[in-house]
Design a protein. Structure first.
Length: 269
C-alpha cells in the first residue's frame, strides 16, 4: 500500500510542477536566442537567489543574514552582467534576454522549492525521480505541445523537422543536457535541499564563458567578469553555510524514521 502511495505522490508532484517546469525551460531556451550563452547560463543559475526567498515562505526556513549578504553579491553580479550585455551590442534584445533568463531562474527556484516541500528525504529510497520526469514529460506532451501547431498556423513560430545533424545534437542534448542533468539535480534537491543543489550548478559558469569565448568569439568587458565573480562568491558563501548546518544535527534537525509514512498520510488527506 505504501508503494502505491509513493507512486501517487510522484504523480501529484509532477502534476503540480509541470507547468512551472515547462515555462522555465521554454524561457531559458528562448533567452539563448536573445543573449550570449554565458549570460543565459549565468542568469539562469541565479535560481538560488529565488530559492532563498521562496524557502522563507514555502519551507518556513529561518532568515539568515549571512545568506542575505550572499544574495546581494549575486544580485549585484546579475546587474553588472545585464549592463555588460547592454553595452556590448543589440541592447534591446540583450536586455530582453537577460530579463527572460531571470524569470526562468525564478520559476526554476519555485520548482525546486516545491520539490523539497513535497518530497521528504526519508522517502528518497522509494521515491523515483525518473518517474517524476516521465510524468512531467507526459503532462507537457498532452497540454503544451499542441500549442506548437497553433503557433505554426498563426505564423508566430514556424514548425519544421530538423536535419539529420540537428537530430543528433538534439538526441545528445536530451540524454546529457536534459535527462541526466534533471535526474541528478532532482535527486540532489531531495537529498541536500533546494538551495545547495541550485548552488552547485553555478560552477558551469566558468565553463560556459570559456566555451562562449572559443566558439562564439565573444569579448567580455570588466563588468562581465566582475559580475561573474560576485555571483560565484555569493554562491560559495551559501554552500559553506549549508555545509556547516548539515554538520550540526541541532540546526539541520533529526529525521524520524516514521516521518515518511506521516508525510504520505498528510499528502493523501
Amino acid at each position: 500500500m505504501e508503494d502505491i502511495e509513493v507512486r501517487r505522490l510522484e504523480i501529484r508532484t509532477a502534476l503540480i510542477t509541470f507547468s512551472i517546469f515547462f515555462t522555465s525551460v521554454t524561457l531559458y531556451y528562448f533567452c539563448l536566442s536573445k543573449t550570449s550563452v554565458s549570460s543565459t547560463i549565468i542568469l539562469g543559475n541565479t535560481s538560488s537567489v529565488f530559492v532563498f526567498i521562496f524557502s522563507l515562505f514555502i519551507l518556513k526556513e529561518k532568515f539568515n543574514a549571512i545568506k542575505m549578504v550572499a544574495m546581494l553579491f549575486c544580485a549585484g553580479g546579475v546587474v553588472l552582467i545585464a549592463f555588460s550585455d547592454d553595452n556590448s551590442s543589440d541592447g534591446s534584445n540583450q536586455m530582453l534576454g537577460d530579463f527572460l533568463g531571470l524569470v526562468a531562474a525564478m520559476l526554476l527556484g519555485l520548482y525546486s522549492t516545491i520539490l523539497a516541500k513535497m518530497i521528504p528525504v526519508t522517502l528518497e529510497d522509494r521515491f523515483s525521480f525518473f518517474n517524476v520526469l516521465g510524468f512531467l514529460g507526459t503532462f507537457c506532451l498532452f497540454t503544451f505541445w499542441p500549442l506548437l501547431l497553433i503557433f505554426h498556423f498563426a505564423g508566430w513560430e514556424k514548425f519544421e523537422l530538423p536535419s539529420g545533424l540537428v537530430w543528433a545534437y538534439l538526441s545528445i542534448n536530451i540524454v546529457f543536457g536534459t535527462l541526466l542533468f534533471d535526474y541528478c539535480w532532482g535527486r540532489a534537491t531531495i537529498l541536500l535541499g533546494p538551495l545547495l543543489s541550485n548552488t552547485s550548478v553555478i560552477f558551469v559558469v566558468p565553463i560556459s564563458m570559456v566555451v562562449d569565448s572559443f566558439f562564439e568569439s565573444n569579448n567580455f568587458g570588466w563588468m562581465y567578469y566582475l559580475g561573474t565573480a560576485g555571483i560565484l562568491v555569493g554562491f560559495l558563501i551559501i554552500a559553506l553555510i549549508n555545509y556547516k548546518q548539515a554538520q550540526q544535527p541541532e540546526l539541520s534537525g533529526e529525521v524520524n524514521e516514521d516521518d515518511g509514512s506521516k508525510f504520505l498520510a498528510m499528502n493523501e488527506s
